[in-house]
Design a protein around this ligand. Structure first.
Ligand code: ASP
Length: 596
């Protein structure tokens, strides 16, 4: 955490409030900070608890003292041991206090609009409106200081592995991450716009052509997407790229960095990070970012119902999950789960309560009568059903079955963010394309269009280029990989295409013509004509990593000045109108607002 051994003394203070201990007894000290509490014991005796980011200390004043909560003070006094009866074991400085204090008021303060302790829940908009006060709270102090520790550990680990920190520009042409750009109008070229970077992707690849060999940056990225608990318009990521490197090289570098970060924050050494293929993650967890802190895995049942008479199970894929103890779920809970499954795209959800004895379980369900005795027996044994369990079954197209059961699994079993430890996981062998766009008939990149296909699947690509069935594209794997932590996607990366012929092929399949490719990424393609080393890279989100390390569900809790869910900043009021003169200078005129 923050370096407690650092000397924080200044011309106003000798010590920090929270660092005074019995060893300081007898010393005359000065501390500065905010009034956390004040008690007038009598006309002759008052107590002031003074707080700075290291903690608080009790100051005893002989007489009354005219201060209020959050006044900023400099207090000078002598450290003395408290009498046994007044020792406060809940306070790090609880064995001492400052006596005969002189108090200098450095700033007066209005009463804060909300209590600055961690026990009170305050509306988030009010907290953000007065973020400077909210930051004084212990939790925010801890979160931001942990964040600084993470950044520091990242820099040390990356530098230690030969990476060079390079800053890439903020005013750029668009990047191909697939989100909406934030744009900035150009004054010198009215009618033209810069984009703010969705990531430094193209620049880091140019760095490789430029012989930098190993690049990194803690980069600010901006994406105009709807905000959620784990998403802000702007976020920070460790962004890295390395030359003459394979997927394994990248995984090893990033693993080393993640381990250094975890050790710096928690003191713990985590082991190797396990690897799982995308297909396995989809089949077992119904997700490309599986939360492996708990079971409830998806079990294949297609074979069990291969010749069923039950119409609802006549589908290309049937899967189920077993919920231990779930037989106790109430009917309304089951109805709620069914509604959710339908909202997520399922035609329905079959549930069965498991009753009876070990070895002779019975399945209780409104649909049991439609299934044969063999099917019921085989279902129970495949799911290893035990009395007291609940079985949940979905039948449909395979991707939809995975999706719905994956979400149900989370709904039923996901532990709070701060439970179950830190379960990192590499997910590898992502598909190259995530879907075929119905309108255009073209595939959509799962990562970005510079991702190298899996060497073993290049033939599949060639088959489609030669006029074969385009749906074959959906089984082409890529050399792309994600890092997952407790079910959150922390980051992603890939081996890049450095060969012009493969890149043109991919652009062709994506429907990006030569002219469009040249106008959008011409500078990158040009650069590649001058000797591009094979290269690969990765980026992980600092905000998400810090949030999980400190056990916060919402990344706003680890960002000093975040935006609300609706994208505004209650503190500065951004986004705001701008002056007509400023608009004119930029060559812009506003359309009437539709709501006006
Ligand atoms: N540019 C990618 C992203 O920001 C990461 C990478 O491929 O290196 O998600």
């Amino acid at each position: 955490m923050s370096d407690s051994t650092a000397d924080h003394s200044t011309h106003l203070r000798t010590h920090m409030c929270g660092e005074l201990r019995s060893a300081n007894v007898g010393e005359r000290v000065s501390v500065c900070g905010w009034v956390a509490a004040r008690r007038e014991h009598s006309q002759h005796l008052s107590f002031v608890d003074l707080r700075d980011h290291t903690g608080r200390v009790q100051c005893v004043v002989d007489g009354s003292v005219d201060v209020r909560s959050e006044y900023v003070l400099r207090v000078t006094g002598e450290v003395r041991a408290r009498e046994d009866a007044t020792i406060n074991p809940n306070l790090a400085t609880g064995e001492i206090e400052l006596k005969h204090c002189s108090v200098e008021v450095l700033s007066v303060a209005e009463p804060p609009p909300f209590p600055l302790d961690d026990r009170t829940e305050t509306d988030e908009t009010i907290r953000l409106r007065h973020r400077y006060l909210d930051l004084r709270r212990d939790a925010m102090q801890r979160n931001l200081r942990t964040r600084a520790t993470v950044n520091h550990a990242v820099r040390t680990a990356m530098t230690g592995q030969g990476f060079v920190e390079i800053e890439t520009p903020m005013l750029i042409a668009s990047t191909p991450e697939g989100a909406r750009d934030f744009v900035v109008p150009s004054r010198l070229k009215p009618g033209s716009f810069y984009a703010l970077p969705q990531s430094p992707q193209l620049f880091k690849q140019l760095c490789m052509v430029g012989g930098i060999d190993r690049y990194y940056q803690i980069a600010r990225c901006l994406r105009d997407e709807d905000l959620r608990a784990d998403r802000q318009f702007e976020f920070m990521q460790l962004d890295a790229e390395m030359s003459f490197a394979s997927q394994d090289d990248v995984l090893s570098v990033i693993t080393t960095t993640i381990r250094a970060v975890v050790a710096a924050v928690t003191g713990e050494q985590i082991g190797e990070i396990p690897t799982m293929t995308w297909l396995e993650a989809a089949e077992r967890f119904g997700s490309d970012k599986p939360d492996v802190r708990f079971g409830l895995e998806l079990v294949e049942l297609t074979e069990v119902f291969s010749s069923t008479e039950f119409n609802a199970f006549k589908a290309p894929c049937v899967k189920g999950i077993r919920v231990p103890g779930g037989a106790e779920f109430t009917r309304s809970r089951l109805d709620d789960l069914t509604d959710r499954a339908k909202r997520w795209g399922a035609k329905g959800l079959v549930w069965m309560r498991v009753r009876g004895e070990a070895g002779a379980v019975e399945l209780e369900s409104p649909v049991a009568k439609f299934l044969s005795a063999e099917e019921l027996a085989s279902l129970a044994s495949t799911l290893e059903a035990e009395s007291g369990d609940l079985l949940l079954i979905v039948a449909d197209e395979r991707p939809r079955v995975r999706h719905v059961l994956g979400l149900l699994r989370l709904e039923i079993g996901r532990p709070p963010v701060n439970e179950g430890g830190l379960q990192f996981l590499w997910v590898v062998d992502f598909p190259l394309f995530e879907a075929i766009d119905e309108a255009t008939g073209k595939p959509v990149s799962a990562h970005h269009p510079f991702t190298m296909p899996h060497a073993d699947d290049l033939e599949l690509l060639d088959g489609v280029v030669a006029g074969g069935d385009p749906t074959a594209l959906l089984s082409v794997r890529s050399q792309a990989y994600d890092l997952v932590l407790n079910g959150w996607e922390l980051g992603s990366g890939s081996v890049r295409i450095h060969r012009g012929d493969i890149q043109s092929k991919i652009f062709g399949l994506l429907g990006i013509g030569a002219a469009e490719a040249q106008s959008k990424f011409g500078f990158l393609l040009d650069a590649f004509r001058f000797g591009a080393p094979p290269h690969a890279g990765f980026a992980f989100g600092i905000d998400r990593l810090v949030a999980l390390l400190v056990g916060e569900e919402n990344i706003r809790e680890v960002i000093a000045f975040p935006k609300t869910q609706s994208g505004s900043d209650p503190l500065t009021q951004a986004p705001t109108d701008i002056d007509p003169a400023q608009l004119a200078e930029l060559g812009l005129r506003l359309l009437p607002r539709s709501a006006d």
